[in-house]
Write a protein that binds this ligand. Structure first.
Ligand code: SAH
Length: 194
């Protein structure tokens, strides 16, 4: 693995992300919203995640900026990054498919919203956010630059920690005891073996 191949893999991951996400975002506009818990803070957290996972690394891959934060590329880290990138894309795709029309980019309950508790959602409540964490770790492995490599982790941490409690509160409001029961048997991003 060379640094340019690692950058290429990172870029292919971003394109695959767009191919999976954009058609669903267009379709989601047609599904009616029953209630919304979106806030300015949540919007800003989404912007932080987008900056860390795309804007900052795109600038690095396209221009080499900020070169002062470069470090020596390790080929084995590149291969590990490829494996994690593949796991990220599979989880991202599968969680979108399994949420179906219940998915929103922000915090919303749809008309006819169904609580999904099967597939990946049988094990963890946030497989899509888990896929974001994996994406950020893959970026860290693939881009040998202290700022561009770790920007994804910062963005995902901002989104995850600012959103997850609000999302669960919204789901509890909408689904009451069924959500509590569901939450008892699942972990947030790590399955509960008991
Ligand atoms: N946190 C989930 C979903 C992210 S998308 C994950 O990481 O996989 C965010 C939207 O998905 C929320 O606005 C909510 O409406 C919806 N959602 C989250 N969990 C859900 C579930 N178990 N069933 C149905 N919809 C869910």
């Amino acid at each position: 693995m060379t640094p340019s191949l690692a950058e290429f893999i990172w870029a292919v991951g971003l394109v695959a992300w767009i191919i999976i996400r954009v058609p669903r975002q267009i379709r989601a506009r047609k599904t009616r919203v029953a209630s919304s818990a979106k806030t300015v803070g949540d919007r800003l957290a989404l912007v932080a995640a987008a900056a860390g996972l795309s804007l900052v690394p795109i600038i690095f891959v396209a221009t080499g900026f900020p070169a002062f934060a470069d470090y020596t590329f390790q080929p084995w880290l590149g291969w590990l990054g490829l494996l994690i990138e593949l796991a990220f894309l599979w989880l991202f795709y599968a969680s979108h498919r399994q949420l179906g029309k219940n998915w929103s980019v922000t915090l919303e309950i749809r008309k006819e919203h169904r609580l999904v508790t099967d597939g990946l959602y049988r094990y963890v409540r946030h497989p899509m956010y888990l896929s974001f964490w994996l994406w950020a770790v893959a970026q860290l492995c693939l881009l040998p630059n202290g700022i561009a490599g770790s920007a994804g982790l910062v963005g995902v941490a901002i989104l995850y920690f600012s959103r997850v409690r609000h999302e669960e509160a919204m789901m509890r409001d909408a689904f009451g005891a069924s959500y509590d029961e569901y939450a008892r048997h699942t972990g947030r991003i790590i399955p509960k073996p008991w």
